[in-house]
Design a protein around this ligand. Structure first.
Ligand code: SME
Length: 161
């Protein structure tokens, strides 16, 4: 139904297109699962060099797997554990160049080498995290973090449970 495309040739342009596509896909749609599912598909389709892209949702004192693209993944992650749990507990993005050097990294897919996790904050609480994994070392940089943080801000009220 949607054949969204980007012709961006640099990262800032790619994230501008991504934000605008995510905005168009989720505007006016109140269903959080549908919105997370479409954004996970967009991330996996448009960002090169990923082996996993998706959401974990805050439920009680843990993160629970949400819509994603990639291999089947760990279902529950307590706050504070792994890269996702650190992002949720600290309410700050985690940019990890080498997951093997991150204490407590949870290896859902042994192929993953670098990771970016960004919290989605609504009403002062972390309601979810966006998790991107790559089989390449140091795949993510500050531009990726800024782009995904802008996406998290856009989505905050569109993926509320
Ligand atoms: N590596 C993550 C777990 C989630 S998977 O990568 C999909 C972590 O350490 O929290």
């Amino acid at each position: 139904m949607y054949d969204l495309k980007t012709t961006a040739t640099d990262k800032p342009a790619l994230y501008r297109d991504l934000l605008s596509a995510a905005d168009a896909l989720t505007a006016g749609e109140p269903d959080a699962v549908a919105n997370m599912a479409n954004v996970a598909a967009l991330l996996f389709d448009w960002l090169p060099g990923l082996n996993w892209a998706g959401f974990y949702r805050s439920i009680g004192s843990e993160l629970v797997l949400g819509p994603f693209q990639g291999k089947a993944a760990c279902i529950r992650i307590p706050f504070g554990q792994g890269v996702c749990g650190a992002a949720a507990a600290r309410a700050t993005s985690q940019l990890v160049a080498d997951v093997h050097a991150f204490p407590g990294h949870i290896a859902c897919d042994a192929a993953s080498r670098s990771e970016l996790v960004v919290p989605v904050i609504a009403g002062g609480a972390v309601i979810a995290v966006i998790d991107l994994d790559s089989p390449d070392l140091a795949r993510f940089d500050g531009e990726d973090r800024d782009g995904i943080e802008a996406l998290a801000t856009l989505l905050a009220l569109r993926i509320c449970p």
